[in-house]
Structure formats: structure tokens, C-alpha cells
Design a protein around this ligand. Structure first.
Ligand SMILES: *[C@@H]1O[C@H](CO)[C@@H](O)[C@H](O)[C@H]1NC(C)=O
Ligand SMILES: *[C@@H]1O[C@H](CO)[C@@H](O)[C@H](O)[C@H]1NC(C)=O
Length: 432
């Protein structure tokens, strides 16, 4: 009886020892995996892990110190912002610019930069990214995060070239990279890292931040004008191109017969956070039919994309899987702001519009007045994560919008004077 109990006891001890050892082993393995994992894919953030993890930190840092001199840079036309071109250059950026017809020009603030991982995963051509920092603290966080992305993601270090805008009003005198932190930041959670970095910034900065708006059009021009290819595809950084778009788009553009004033619209959908990124148009339409995808801004502000005519795009049967024109935009209306591909001779983004409101649609409006024709391409598309619903906007955003609405009054008169056309009848006819 006693003997029997002892045996059970021994088995228990053995099992306990085994489990403890196994646990220790798993923990060690997990720690190792987090430190420098080889292949790992995270839901919706594929291939974040750069194999040569941590190896190039010194090199990565030296580059920024030799390329970014805050005492240099060029001023914008109003002497409000200082612009720094190409302060970090993708290792293959110039080669890719020779190989591809189209460069993806994009922009976004620190909080949105994690999207770049997915963008670089889907877009194989060169990528030109412009961003903005509103203070020395924000600049340090921004640079740290960009270096982190370069440390962790091979596609970003290869393809992406970065540009920077700083505001004169709060121009940093210097910047500092926290090397130790850069080494320690784990590669497997880019979203958490950005939240951690921007959390501290938000405290206390809300007051001056509302006075110092994000210069959307400056950074758009900065990204556009640093593209080296024949065509430019301008987006915001959280707009994700469909997989492999650069190649199939190039094949179309090489055959492109349009000689004058064509812009090619790539339809944009917003998709439910719970789905996988659609592989192709068929899958996207399947999501749309289930209510898991819909035209971008459909609920927030329908005019934003309405003229693209999504029902026509969805209902037109594609005769080929090659990129082709689905249909022309026939009902252009004010407030239309599609993401389009065009040679970068289109009108600039007017830098009087700072912050929210009239930034992109004023540029598209000028294109329309100038006689550009918009053609909607198929079967390529872009997606924005999350089905958006109308929310009340913060007061500072309304304020910026009001200021820009006033500026638009003079802008539209200038556009009228420049082209002598008023196709949307925005200039009221004089009546006696
Ligand atoms: C679209 O993707 C689905 C799922 O990956 C695949 O089964 C289908 O064959 C694809 N369709 C086309 C036209 O490529
Ligand atoms: C969309 O296309 C259909 C024809 O397929 C047309 O009747 C309709 O007016 C178009 N709508 C817009 C907004 O362009």
C-alpha cells in the first residue's frame, strides 16, 4: 500500500520536473524568437521580420546622421515649412526607379506609418514617402520609428525613400536617436511600438497641435516630386494597393496610348478589419456582396469617391485579367478625390491649404478644369482597413476646414483665370 503510494508520488514528481523543463524550454525559445526571429508572419502584417535583424543598426544610424542636417533643407514658398528630400534612401530605390514605370508616392504621420509594411509588401516598385514632425520630440520618435521599420523590414529598407517636412514655428534644433531603444524594440509588433512612441507625444501637445496643422499638401508634393519614374501613383499611407499592382499596372502603362491629359483612377474600397486582404477583384466583390467591403468613405462622405461609379466597376465583366480601362468617369462632381496614376505633370497640390479640407479635391478639381480625363482601371484596386462611420469631428478640424473653405474661394477664381473655364459653374455668372 505504502509502496504503491510512493510509486504514484514518484510519477508525479517526474511529470512535474518534465513539465517544468518543457516550460523553461518554451520560454527560452519564445524569447529567442522574439529577439531575432527568422520567418514569422503576423496577421495582416506580413514579412515584418527582417532576417538580418539588429545587424545593421550602426550603419542604419550613420546614414541618418550624414543625410539629415536640420540647418539645411529647403524652404517652401511661404517660408513656413522646411523640406528635406531623400534623407533615407531605399537601397534599391534608384534601381527600381529604372525598372518600373510607376512610383508610389505617399504620405502620413507617425501613427499611420505601420501601414507602410503592408504597402511595401504589396507594391514592388519604388516608394517615395513624405512625413511631418511638429516638434523635436515628435521628430525623435518619428526617426526612431523609421529606423525601426528599416531594421525590421527588408522590403522597406530596399524600396522606400523618406522625406521630411518640419514647421518653422516649432522647428527642432537637433535630433537624437536612442540607439539602445532601437536595438531593444522587438520586430514583431510594429503597431504596439508606434502606440508606445506616440503615447508620450500626445500629452500636453494638443494645444499647439491644433494651431499647427499637418501640412498635407506640402508632404504630397514632397513625395510626388521625389519620384523618379514616368508615372506617379499618389496615395495616403493607409491606402493599401492590391498585391502585385506595380507590375500589372506597368504592363498597361507601357502600352498606354493616351498622349494628353489622362489620369487613371484605381478604385478604393474600405474593408472590414476582420477579413483577410482580398487577393483579387473577384474576392473583393465577394466581400462587398457580404457587406464586408464598400466604396471608401461611402458612409462618411459619399461624394469623395462616388464619381468612380463602383457599381459599374463591379458589374462590368472583365474580358481580360490584364489591367485595362473599365469605364471613363462620366459624372465628375466637386469633392471627388480619387487616387489616380498619372505622369507627374498634373497641377501641384496647392500649399495654401494646410491641415484638413480642400487639400486633395482642390487639386483634382484643377485637373478637371484643365481638361484631364479620368479613366477607371480594372481589375486592380486599393483598400483602406476598417468600415468607417460618421463621427463628430474635433473642433480644430472643423476650424481648419473653415479656413480652407475661405481660401478655396480665391483658389477657384485663380483656376478660372488660368484656364478660362468653369465646367462645374463654381464661379457665379454675373447678372445685371
Ligand atoms: C481570386 O482569388 C481566389 C482565392 O485566392 C482564387 O480562387 C481565384 O481563382 C482568383 N481569381 C482570379 C480571377 O484570379
Ligand atoms: C454609373 O454607371 C451607370 C451605367 O452603368 C450609369 O447609368 C450611372 O449614371 C453611372 N453613375 C455615375 C455616378 O457615374
Amino acid at each position: 500500500m505504502i509502496q504503491g503510494r510512493c510509486r504514484v508520488w514518484n510519477i508525479c514528481i517526474a511529470a512535474l520536473i518534465f513539465l517544468t523543463a518543457y516550460n523553461v524550454m518554451l520560454t527560452v525559445k519564445l524569447m529567442y524568437t522574439q529577439d531575432c526571429p527568422k520567418h514569422h508572419s503576423i496577421q495582416k502584417v506580413p514579412e515584418i521580420i527582417y532576417e538580418k535583424c539588429n545587424k545593421d543598426i550602426e550603419y542604419i544610424q550613420d546614414e541618418i546622421y550624414s543625410n539629415l542636417n536640420l540647418n539645411l533643407g529647403r524652404w517652401d514658398n511661404q517660408h513656413k515649412y522646411k523640406l528635406f528630400d531623400n534623407f533615407l534612401v531605399g537601397k534599391k530605390y534608384t534601381i527600381l526607379s529604372d525598372l518600373y514605370e510607376t512610383c508610389l508616392a505617399t504620405q502620413g504621420s507617425l501613427e499611420k506609418l505601420p501601414s507602410l509594411i503592408e504597402v511595401a509588401h504589396n507594391w514592388n516598385g519604388p516608394i517615395s514617402v513624405a512625413t511631418f514632425a511638429a516638434s523635436e520630440e515628435e521628430l525623435n520618435a518619428l526617426l526612431l520609428y523609421i529606423l525601426y521599420l528599416r531594421k525590421c523590414n527588408e522590403k522597406i529598407i530596399d524600396k522606400v525613400t523618406f522625406h521630411l517636412a518640419l514647421a518653422k514655428e516649432r522647428k527642432p534644433k537637433q535630433f537624437n536617436i536612442d540607439t539602445q531603444k532601437l536595438k531593444e524594440l522587438k520586430c514583431n509588433n510594429p503597431t504596439e511600438v508606434v502606440q508606445h512612441l506616440s503615447k508620450n507625444l500626445q500629452k500636453g501637445s494638443n494645444q499647439w497641435r491644433s494651431r499647427l496643422p499637418y501640412p498635407q499638401n506640402h508632404v504630397r508634393n514632397l513625395a510626388r516630386k521625389n519620384c523618379q519614374t514616368r508615372f506617379t501613383f499618389l496615395t495616403d499611407v493607409d491606402i493599401i494597393p492590391s498585391k502585385g499592382m506595380a507590375e500589372v499596372l506597368d504592363a498597361y502603362l507601357r502600352e498606354n496610348k493616351c498622349k494628353d491629359k489622362c489620369a487613371y483612377v484605381v478604385p478604393t474600397y474600405e474593408i472590414d478589419d476582420r477579413v483577410m486582404f482580398p487577393h483579387n477583384k473577384t474576392e473583393l466583390i465577394r466581400l462587398a456582396n457580404k457587406g464586408l467591403a464598400r466604396p471608401f468613405h461611402h458612409k462618411v462622405f459619399i461624394y469623395n469617391q462616388f464619381a468612380t461609379n463602383f457599381s459599374r466597376w463591379q458589374n462590368t465583366k472583365d474580358e481580360t485579367e490584364d489591367v485595362h480601362i473599365s469605364h471613363p468617369v462620366t459624372n465628375f462632381e466637386f469633392f471627388y478625390e480619387p487616387f489616380y496614376v498619372a505622369p507627374d505633370v498634373v497641377p501641384p497640390h496647392d500649399e495654401r491649404f494646410i491641415g484638413y479640407g480642400y487639400t486633395r479635391n482642390s487639386q483634382v478639381y484643377e485637373m478637371y478644369v484643365a481638361g484631364y480625363k479620368f479613366h477607371v482601371l480594372s481589375p486592380i484596386f486599393t483598400c483602406h482597413w476598417g468600415l468607417q462611420v460618421k463621427r463628430s469631428r474635433p473642433p480644430w478640424r472643423e476650424h481648419q476646414n473653415t479656413l480652407n473653405r475661405k481660401l478655396f474661394d480665391s483658389f477657384k477664381k485663380e483656376v478660372f483665370a488660368r484656364y478660362n473655364k468653369d465646367p462645374l459653374n463654381l464661379i457665379k455668372p454675373k447678372k445685371n
